[in-house]
Design a binder for this molecule. Structure first.
Ligand SMILES: [Fe+2]
Ligand SMILES: [Fe+2]
Length: 183
């Protein structure tokens, strides 16, 4: 029996993996951004070629920065989920839900790097008015970008530096989302 030729190679479903968060994705093509952590396309590889390592030895500075990063992400995730619940705008609810999920994934990255067994629950307040939530989002993302840039420059570990740099790009995308809506 002649075997049936597969459809065009680029139409075949593949298993991809994000090198920043380590999560797998099934699709014909790599997504422009990791659907979990938001990392840019350059970090998404077919699973066999993806280089994912969370078993890194942290020096004192990297450990302190990773611990701070975890707290930032827990706090931002809690704020976004609060905003998704309370904000007075339908699109805003969806935006904040999406952001809450991404920040939760970022917290999970730091949990893996810090070898923790669980992620502490965050507890944050937010606003009823969508504009105020967007303004707070903008302030939170600005602080996160500043911190991640500094942490990336301070790190001498290639992998830790790579994660800090990738997250600068993701939080910059988040900043643009609030900027567009605050115009
Ligand atoms: Fe990812
Ligand atoms: Fe984040």
């Amino acid at each position: 029996m002649p075997t049936k030729k597969p459809a065009k190679k680029d139409k075949m479903v593949k298993l991809w993996r994000c090198e920043i968060c380590g999560d797998p994705y099934i699709g014909n093509n790599p997504p422009d951004n990791c659907p979990f952590c938001g990392a840019h396309k350059k970090y998404i590889k077919v699973v066999k070629k993806a280089n994912v390592d969370f078993n890194v030895t942290l020096n004192k500075k990297d450990k302190a920065n990773a611990e701070h990063a975890l707290q930032v992400e827990i706090s931002n995730a809690a704020f976004y989920f609060c905003a998704a619940d309370k904000t007075d705008d339908g699109e805003g609810k969806l935006l904040f839900k999406a952001l809450g999920k991404v920040e939760t994934e970022h917290a999970a990255i730091w949990k893996k790097i810090l070898k923790l067994s669980s992620i502490p629950q965050g507890n944050e307040t937010c606003h009823g008015r969508n504009r105020e939530n967007l303004e707070e989002s903008h302030a939170r993302e600005t602080r996160a970008i500043g911190f991640y840039k500094q942490a990336a420059s301070e790190s001498e570990n290639t992998r830790v530096k790579e994660i800090f740099k990738a997250l600068v790009e993701v939080e910059t995308d988040h900043l643009k989302l609030s900027e567009e809506r605050l115009k």
